[in-house]
Write a protein that binds this ligand. Structure first.
Ligand SMILES: [Zn+2]
Ligand SMILES: [Zn+2]
Length: 344
């Protein structure tokens, strides 16, 4: 089969002809119909996030049709449309048995620790295949398995409830989904904090109150807009100590700040006046859980989570096209999502 693989860190991905994987009794073989190109793939190619065993087929946002199932697989059948949960886990360690597979002792990420979706076929455990309703295209089924799933996990971790207000710091891929999902939760006011004018305008069009961080301190703006009290929940999706601190400071008493963005900077908080006194919580968010995916898929089926066709760009399973898409992603400031569609 054709695959596009990372052979050497820092170099363009290469086209390869490799065998179709053979499945074990608990696996399924999926003919890939769509594979999203994610910003983390740019980091893998550049060596910013380390990949240990090369060559490797990248791609962790995957949807397709089941071609073959192992004898022990009962949740899906050959011919089913599916999307793929990218965390492969053992199912039996102390974390897996509690449904917390992102901490699995022997967990592997598809497209990082094992071959991913830039290929015609992929082998995954049956437990990682989730039925994709006919209403959801393969392209949307693929791209929602990463940033949208993590945005949903962030809302769940923040115990976000109907009627609550929320501030979203950063309106990239995560923010684009977080805003729609917050509205699907029947939220109160949504404030989107950004510095990019096009993103601020897009957030406004999608029903949020745009907070231009270049115009004035975002915390002051949010306080003013909420009658001095602040918001119930803040999501930090940027990965900077400055915005993480702002996410905590814009909370009302009992508010929860969920930190999703990655940074190595340290964040300063005054324990008494900024945390204890208000009983606010700072919550770390990492990846997402298989148990959250059925709800996510249902939000997509009912179009509460949407990726309009104009923001989807389709390319071939072709190394040159994929490398160009990865180059473009390095500097992207829009919501365009590139999806690889292999030959049928
Ligand atoms: Zn991703
Ligand atoms: Zn485990």
């Amino acid at each position: 089969m054709r695959a596009v693989r990372l052979v050497q860190v820092g170099k363009p991905l290469e086209q390869a002809d490799i065998p179709i994987p053979e499945i074990g009794s608990q696996d399924v073989l999926i003919r890939i119909a769509a594979a999203g190109i994610c910003h983390s793939d740019v980091h893998y190619r550049a060596g910013i996030s380390k990949i240990d065993d090369l060559p490797l087929t990248l791609g962790h946002e995957i949807a397709g049709r089941v071609k073959e199932v192992g004898s022990d697989v009962t949740n899906v059948s050959a011919g089913d449309r599916v999307c793929v949960h990218y965390l492969v886990h053992c199912g039996s360690c102390e974390f897996c048995v509690r449904g917390l597979e992102q901490f699995c002792r022997s967990g592997q990420m598809i497209g990082k620790h094992r071959d991913g979706g830039y290929a015609e076929f992929i082998k995954v455990p049956g437990a990682n295949a989730f039925a994709l309703p006919d209403e959801v295209s393969f392209e949307v089924g693929a791209i929602m398995m990463c940033s949208s799933a993590t945005a949903l996990h962030a809302l769940n971790k923040a115990r976000f409830k109907s009627g609550e207000s929320i501030a979203i710091f950063g309106f990239g891929g995560l923010g684009f989904s977080a805003l729609q999902l917050a509205r699907a939760f029947d939220c109160g006011n949504v404030y989107v904090v950004e510095i990019n004018p096009a993103k601020l305008a897009a957030a406004g069009t999608m029903g949020a109150i745009a907070i231009d961080a270049r115009a004035a301190e975002p915390v002051e703006q949010i306080k003013e807009a909420t009658g001095g009290t602040g918001v119930d929940v803040a999501l930090e999706l940027i990965g900077s100590a400055k915005t993480m601190r702002e996410a905590v400071l814009c909370l009302r008493p009992l508010g929860r700040a969920a930190l999703v963005g990655l940074t190595a900077e340290s964040m300063s908080i005054l324990p008494y006046t900024e945390l204890i006194n208000k009983e606010v919580e700072i919550i770390g968010v990492s990846d997402h859980l298989a148990s959250e995916l059925p709800a996510l898929i249902e939000f997509a089926r009912t179009e509460r989570l949407r990726f309009p066709p104009e923001i989807l760009r389709v390319i071939d399973l072709d190394a040159a096209q994929i490398n160009v898409a990865l180059d473009a992603l390095k500097h992207s400031i829009d919501h365009i999502r590139t999806v690889i569609v292999p030959p049928k």
